[in-house]
Design a protein around this ligand. Structure first.
Ligand SMILES: [Zn+2]
Ligand SMILES: [Zn+2]
Length: 242
């Protein structure tokens, strides 16, 4: 099965990744991706760009080598109230916005605190997707998060990078995938690429989805068309909230 859009990728701009947008686009073309989202970290992570990089990100062409380049961000969640490090005036300009918990930015809280942070973020109309919610370093009440994502029409991510980098993620991702299937929550499979040659690499994430028999109909980035329909949903949601 081919996933047409990679929803989560990084570039040299963040200080800890190794490829440019240009290189990412070239490799995306090579592996026949139809699109990818540039989702740089927010400024609360060390060496990552200030939010105003979003003002210039939008000057990157929408298509490179025939591949659609969506403009996004991976905001850092800053506290257990779910505050994030990208202001709405920037988020509104983007095609897609992820928010994630990172231990390089904040200390993991109790299960209740981490859950509280994610539920608050799911209620932020500017945020579309929770990045790597299966990270065992940040234990959460998965059922509560999945139910809130269902209520708000938000996306939870299965992050391929987690299976290599965030050790112990697999069992947490599996139960999350199972709950999302049960409650009809849409999921994104992403590479979270930090080097161009890992764009579109979702092997382990897809394995987990297969194991849990996650329905393809709920994979938001399976086709470019389906992903773009979600981006329209985002626009409607943001307009309604303003
Ligand atoms: Zn992340
Ligand atoms: Zn990332």
């Amino acid at each position: 099965m081919r996933i047409e859009v990679d929803t989560h990728t990084h570039t040299v701009l963040c200080g800890h990744a190794f490829s440019t947008v240009e290189e990412n686009a070239r490799f995306a073309k090579k592996v026949r991706l139809k699109g990818f989202t540039v989702t740089e970290h927010g400024p609360a992570m060390k060496n990552c760009p200030e939010a105003y990089h979003i003002n210039t990100l939008i000057t990157v062409p929408d298509y490179l080598y025939g591949v659609r380049v969506y403009k996004g961000v991976e905001a850092n969640i800053l506290d257990y109230e779910g505050n994030i490090d990208i202001a709405p005036k920037y988020l509104v300009k983007l095609d897609f916005a992820i928010a994630s918990l990172h231990d390089a930015v904040m200390d993991p809280g109790t299960q209740a605190q981490n859950t509280n942070a994610l539920i608050a973020v799911l209620n932020d109309p500017m945020i579309d997707c929770i990045g790597h919610p299966g990270n065992p370093i940040f234990p959460i009440d998965q059922l509560a998060v999945v139910k809130e994502a269902a209520r708000k029409g938000k996306i939870l991510e299965v992050n391929n990078h987690s299976f290599e980098y965030r050790t112990g993620s697999r069992p947490f991702c599996n139960t999350l995938i199972g709950l999302c299937a049960e409650y009809g929550v849409r999921m994104a499979i992403s590479s979270d690429s930090h080097f161009c040659r890992t764009l579109g690499n979702y092997e382990k994430a897809y394995d987990a989805m297969k194991e849990m028999r996650f329905p393809e109909s709920l994979i938001i980035n399976l086709t470019k068309k389906r992903f773009e329909a979600y981006l329209e949903e985002r626009k409607v949601r943001i307009t309604a909230a303003r």
